[in-house]
Structure formats: structure tokens, C-alpha cells
Ligand binder design. Sequence first.
Ligand code: ADP
Ligand code: MG
Length: 702
Amino acid sequence: MLCLICYKRIMTSLRFIKGIGPKKAALFNKLGIADIEDLAFYFPRKWIDRRLDQEKKDLPFVSKAAVACGEVISAREAYAASGLVIFKAMIKRDGGGNTEAVFFKRRARGFDVFASLRKDFRPGSRVWITGDSDDMLFLSRIRAQEYYCDNDALAKKLHIGRIIPVYSLTEGLTGKAMRETVAAGLAIAADGIGDFLPARIRSKRALFSRAEALRSIHFPENYFQLEFARKRLIYEELLLFALACSIRRREIREIPKHFSYEVKRHLLTPFRRNLGFELTAGQKKAINEIFDDMMAPVPMARLLEGEVGSGKTVVALSAMLLVAENGAQSAFIAPTEILAQQHFFAFEKFLKGLKVRFELLTGSTPAAKRKKILEGLASGETDIIIGTHAILSSGVKFKNFRLAVVDEQHRFGVRQRAAMRNKGDLADMLVMTATPIPRSLFLSMYGDLDLSTIKELPAGRKPVKTLETDEQTAFDAVARETAAGNKVYIVYPAIEDSVQAGLKAVKTEFEKIKKFFPHLKIDLLHGRMKSGEKKKAMENFAAGDTQVLVATQVVEVGLDVPEASLMIINNAERFGLAALHQLRGRVGRGNKQSKCLLVCGSRTAESSERLAALVNCPSGFELSQKDIYLRGAGDIFTEEQHGDMGFKLADLSRDGEILRQAISDKDELLSIDPGISAPENAGIRAKLIEQYAGKWNLIDLS
Ligand code: ADP
Ligand code: MG
């Protein structure tokens, strides 16, 4: 009998499915599908509603196809220029009205491309066609993508007259074949797929059983089923993720570290003097929290969240100097080369005259230099390394690595963080971000981290004035600001002109702007430039005579140029709120009153709402409380993070409510059963081990 609390993975080979031989199986392997369970959990990318009576409701992941079913009245063939042949059939629809079905094919010499159409579309035959139509109301004409004969029983079960799943495919595998294979696989296995969620949770959250959810996620009867299936499967992903985060955090807290620190001050004191400013109360508090962690008997795992421009770098540098004072090594890793370079300049300034050796290592460090740097790290002579993920590469060995600082954390994934930590014997870790993260997201993404927050900006900073303007007004402001000796950023969303209508490209606009302001020093910066060129552009803007930097979003993080007082964001309607706030944070970093001007193209209600929020709210922390902050804000996370979290369906920027439920259930579960060892939780335990034990080194459970 079916055992409700046990969970076991189904490993039945794909070869048990009719029609799957070694060749087909190899294609499925390419998609990462090795057995029937993989197949069942190979979720559709989206769904297409191919029912004759479609629900009025709109779901973001379902598109609606034009569908007609009826009797063929007539059919004819026609030729078009450019080698196309056209087949047209008039169909009398069962529900009333006529539809002209149009098929386009490429002419093939010596091959009758319409042979089967001609046979299936004889007058009197009954057919189903589906495709798209400019006339969804009356369906007078459909550009057909697929058709099926009415007596095709399998088609009526899987391909037409229902909501169909759309999968990511590989060459040699059609959507139709995929649907048939998945249906066959589910028929064999769905009932045997054990549910690992305890009945208590399932009823509390009104969740589908796993088998029910699997059937409905692939072949839903209606939107209600589809939404419930998604909810169940997203819930289980998020619950497992939240549990794994908590367990990992607990584990790290339990491992003693083999070193401690003493505040000796021979570096910290002269560093404070070099700064030339007083630390803010928030900075001091953060430094105290970090030092307390570093002196604690277990490794630090702390996130420092601070408004753009709040001075996180000097906080991190203080921690790195504590490490250096104790004769050990630390690394500062930044998401881009530009940023790493910037930090290196800042370190040069703040560490002037101090007995501490620091180096810059990025992907473009010349081989000879790189070799020397690696030697310095291996021998322990170099105290501090600043760089990009180049530091993570396996060739980089430390003598005595104790602290990893990861800047702009939202640009890195869990895996990279783990790689950094592993450079040393459970090094302390400090990660920093200026992207305020709503609490619910924080808990799930960074559930394994403690939190320090710097809310205030250094004294004397004035909030950036944000306004919407037209391009002409923005250009007038460029003239004004540069005449007053200030610097200006002008940001565009694209690098080159493309088919994406309405997006201004930085390269084209750069040429125009140069002509418009012939007397100004204007430079260009975008991600596709060579790293030497990028470095030069950046240096000339930060410390040289460049007055205007025309750039893409690459300037979003880190550039710190106090003389910059004007930020112009073009096509501002296209950026997410988090990105807009980051860009705005590039100005207002000195004592000048700065401005951020938004020049917009045509927009939707949602982008208007976003822009209004930005205009009215100078604080990132307040912005992050707003609902729209999350909507469409995929830019809070990178692709990599999405991949890292391993979600197949969950999308944290959309599924916040399910996440909240999963986190609350996780807390309850761990408080009642900390070791996840109660019989009712055996399934969860087994599933956690299967999914996370190897990947995240969860040792507690296995
Ligand atoms: P972020 O937190 O955005 O990374 P930075 O660390 O780049 O901010 O700091 C922004 C600027 O403010 C830098 O030029 C830095 O030297 C300066 N700064 C940092 N702390 C203070 C302070 N307490 N008073 C004045 N300026 C400061
Ligand atoms: Mg920073």
C-alpha cells in the first residue's frame, strides 16, 4: 500500500515508455532527464490555452491560441514570392461562423509539401486547427501552426481542445513528442511518486498532493488546477530551500574556528587618521558588530546592508585591517572589474603610509603580474587582495586566509559565496549590499546571514532631487552643471541600436551628444568595451578631465565620484526600481546638491507607478517597502542566483506570499522538531538530503 510519510525517488528508466529507444533517451539526457522522475519534474516553461471556450481570466504564464474545430468546406493552394507556398482551407466551425485556415510552407524542389494537408483537408473532413489570429473575436482567419484530424484520439487528449504545456526542447525533439512522452511517463509513475509533505502541512495550506500537482502542472483541466498545482510545487521548493538555509546557518554556528583576534591598533589608528572624516554612528555600530563576530568562537556570516553612499567600504576595510593586524589575510571581491579597480584606488588613498600590502587581481591582470601576486598570497606577504571573481579561481592559494568580503552581494550567487569561504579554514565572511531587500526575501535568500544595517548617510549629504523631464531640459542641465565645474552621468539602456523598439543605444547617443556639446570632454563606458578602455574611461571620469560620462547600467554599482552632481537616466521606464535607485546613488556622494533626471519613453501604468515612487522617495529602505519594488524587479537577483537557488518554478519576485507561508511553516517545524527526525517529517528529511546535502554540504542531516 501507499505509505504516506515515506518518500522515495522514482528511478524507473525512460526506456519503459513506449517509443523511447536509446536514441530518443539520449535526447532527453541532453535536457537533464535521465529517468521518469526527472521527466515528471521537467516543468513546462509556460502553457497555451487551446480550448474552444477559453476562460476570461488572464494568467501571466498562459497564452491563448486561436482554435477552431469544424468541417472543411473547400481548400486551395497558392504561390507567393520568395519561395513560399500557401495552403488555404475554409472551415465551417461547429459553433457557427467560418474560419479561413492559412498554412505557409517553404517550397521544396521535388517534394510535395502539401501532400498530407491535401489529404486531410478534403471537403467534408472534420479538423482542428490552432495558431494565431488578428481576429480573436470572430476567428475569420487563422495562421495555422498545427492541425489535427477530429478522429485523432490521442491529439484530442493531449494536443488540442485543452490547455497544453510548452517545454524547453532540444533539436530533434518536438513539443508534440515531448507532450506525448510526459503523458506516458506520468501514466506510469504519477501515483508512485511519494508525497514528502506531512498531511498536517498539506491540509493547513490547502495544497494539492504531489501526484495531483504533477498531473495538473503538465496537463491542467483549467486555470484553477494550474494555479493550485503551481502553488503546491512552488511551496515545496521554497519550504525545502528555507529549511536548507536554516540548517546551514545552524551548522556554521556550531563549528568552532581555530583563530581569534586582538585589536592592536597599529593599523587601525593610522587608518582612522587617514580617512579625513568622522565615521557615522551607523558605521561605528556596524564595525562593532563585525568585530564582535570576528572575535566570537564561530565563523562570522554577516550581511552589511547600507544605503548607497553610506560608506560600507571603510567599514569593510576596518575589518580587513583587523585581520592584517593579526598577521592574516583577507580578500575583497567585487562583481565587476570597474568596481574592483575603484576599490583599489580607495584603498590606496586610505592605506597610504600604512605597513600593509595589498594587490589588485582581475581577469585582465597580465600573466607575469598575476604570478607575482599569487606568490605573495601563497607566502603570506600580501595582506589584502582586492579583485573580481578571478580571486575565486582554484589557482589562488592563501597562506592564512581569514576574511572574505563580498561587495554588492546581490550580484553573486550562493555558490560563489561558498567558494570564497572555502579558500580558508572556515573564514569569516562579510557580504555587503546597497540594494535594500524586503524582509521576506532577505530571510529566504540570506537566511544563513546575520544583518547589520547602516541607515544614515555621512553628514552634509543632501538627498538627490529626482524629477522627470524631457531630453532638452536634461541637456540644458548638462550645460549648467558642467559650467559650474561638476560632472555628469548620462545613462542609456542599450549598447547598440537593436530591434527592440524605443530603446536608446549608448553608442549612437554618444556620437550625438559629442556633436551637441563640442566644447565638453565626453567619454563612453559600457560593458562590451575592452577592460583597458573601461579602466581608462573610468579613471578619466573619476580623477581626470572627463566631464560627461555616457554609459550603460554598468555604472550602477560602485562608481564613487563625489564631483558628479547630475545623473540623467534615459528610458527610465525600462529599469526596475532597484536599478533606478542604484543609478541615482551615483550622484549626491559629495556635498553638492545633486539631481537625477528621468527621461522617459512611452510607459505602462506600472512603469509610471515605479517612476512616481522613485521621484517621491529618496530612501532606498523606504522604497523597498513598496509593493512595486518587487514587481518586475528581477534585477534584484542575477540569473546566477536564480540558478543557484535551484528553483524550477518559484520566482521570488512574484511568489512572495507562498514564500511567507513556507518560512513560517519552516520556523514552526524546526521549533517542534529541530533535528527533523520525527516520523511525520521523515519525507522532508529524505527530500532535503536528496536535494541539498551534497550541493550545500549539509552534514547535520546525512
Ligand atoms: P557605499 O556604501 O555605497 O559602498 P562608499 O563606501 O563607496 O559607499 O562611500 C561613499 C563615499 O563616502 C566615499 O567617497 C567614502 O570615502 C565617503 N565616506 C564614507 N564614510 C564617510 C563618512 N563617515 N563621512 C564622510 N564621507 C564618508
Ligand atoms: Mg560600495
